[in-house]
Design a protein around this ligand. Sequence first.
Ligand code: HEM
Length: 101
Amino acid sequence: MKSTPTQYGSVAITIHWLSAIFILALLGSGFRAASMTDSAAKEEILMFHVPLGIVILLLTLLRMFWWWRVDQKPRPVDGDPAWQRFIAKAIHEPDRVYRRS
Ligand code: HEM
């Protein structure tokens, strides 16, 4: 379930992909609801959209707790190109990219 130095664990992978799928579904259903004029149809979409948004919030809190208290990130892959390392660091540790030293 937990990550190893060379591989993400099943919990981290599951949270990651569920979040990705749910966020895409939220974007699709959100834009669809916003463009609807029929209020009954809009309500029907929002009955799916709103609980899914709350699930994403809970998944994100679980993700934060998981990395903070339980799991450890795998090591960066050896030999990856400098541009990939830069982008990964800019997204995951922006303070380290922009910090002057
Ligand atoms: C990560 C979570 C969420 C994402 C990515 C998301 C995304 C979106 C997007 C893209 C729209 C269309 C916005 C527009 O074009 O005006 C939308 C609309 C909407 N969202 Fe969400 N949403 C999320 C969570 C929630 C939650 C938790 C709620 C309620 C508690 C909510 C309630 C609504 C409502 C009521 C609309 C329709 C607004 C309208 O009628 O114009 N959303 N959402």
